[in-house]
Ligand binder design. Structure first.
Ligand code: FES
Length: 164
């Protein structure tokens, strides 16, 4: 008796999870962003976080000892600034030998983390890769409709200054 009850409930669980997976699969195949049906999860990307001892924050300016950040020692490298004193998480990307780009790493759709795709030279939301942005922050593909926030940069005494 108990066995048949257990079998029934596990069968029901299996069927409902199968239905959910089918629904999610159909939605994705139909081009419906899963974020819009609440299926997005806030994932933490593998982009390295810049160590706090390499960052100084003063008067709205974030100073980064960029030469000491291993993830930024080559073109195409990316690392993020995550600090409790900042309202935003900032993604730094080395775009050429001396040049960097700084953008918000929060997708303007529903806040999913944005990562740099070195091969395509694009910024891609980790939530199913739906929203894609140019390095300028402009949207290439939605559902995000607004550009990513970008930050002005300057190199002073070997440090990269990010103006927030
Ligand atoms: S959070 Fe939905 S596409 Fe980025």
């Amino acid at each position: 008796m108990n066995d048949s009850k257990n079998n029934d409930s596990s069968r029901r669980g299996f069927l409902s999870s199968g239905l959910l997976l089918s629904f999610v699969g159909l939605a994705a195949a139909a081009g419906v962003c899963l974020c819009s049906i609440g299926a997005c999860k806030k994932k933490e990307a593998k982009t390295p976080v810049i160590s706090r001892h390499l960052i100084t924050i003063k008067s709205g300016r974030v100073s980064v000892k960029v030469d000491k950040v291993a993830a930024l020692d080559h073109v195409g490298g990316a690392a993020k600034i995550v600090h409790p004193e900042l309202d935003d998480r900032i993604l730094l990307i080395r775009v050429n030998k001396h040049g960097f780009v700084a953008v918000s790493n929060r997708c303007t759709h529903k806040g999913g983390e944005v990562v740099y795709n070195k091969k395509e030279k694009k910024l891609i939301c980790t939530n199913y890769g739906h929203s894609v942005f140019m390095l300028s922050g402009n949207v290439i593909k939605g559902p995000a409709s607004r550009a990513l926030k970008t930050y002005r940069l300057m190199t002073i005494d070997g440090n990269l200054e990010v103006f927030t």
